[in-house]
Design a protein around this ligand. Sequence first.
Ligand SMILES: [Zn+2]
Length: 147
Amino acid sequence: MSAQVVSPDAYASPHFKYGEFFVSSSYPAIAATLVDMIRVPHAQAIRWLCMTLLEPARVHFDVPFVIESGFRTHRLNELVNGSDRSQHRVGEAADVSVVGMDLEDVCDWIAANCAYGFGQLRLYLSKGIFHISLPTINHQGQYKVIP
Ligand SMILES: [Zn+2]
């Protein structure tokens, strides 16, 4: 039996659907084939990412958060030159843009207010996105601004 599939329209948290994490702004056509691949283990990671990090910030700023890259298959991860150990591979990371907000304000707020913590928070100023991941043994509370 194959692992249980999760509907892309189901909510990971009040403002985020699982399907929003099966996207790629760089390779939309490939990402579009992924929505049938949302399995329970990935969905659980995505849900935790939303509930502890993205949802609190989304509620605080009350503006749309756009997931530019979420879950990645091996192939998609290779295409975007992602690390083999990227947390994107298991649904534990997302690259996010925020409509109408200074991203540095958003990232500073997450760093200061998300009680359960993050693994890596990387603000890419020139790309207009931030990368955020769940904490791991190796990565906890690493916040970096990259010009
Ligand atoms: Zn990322």
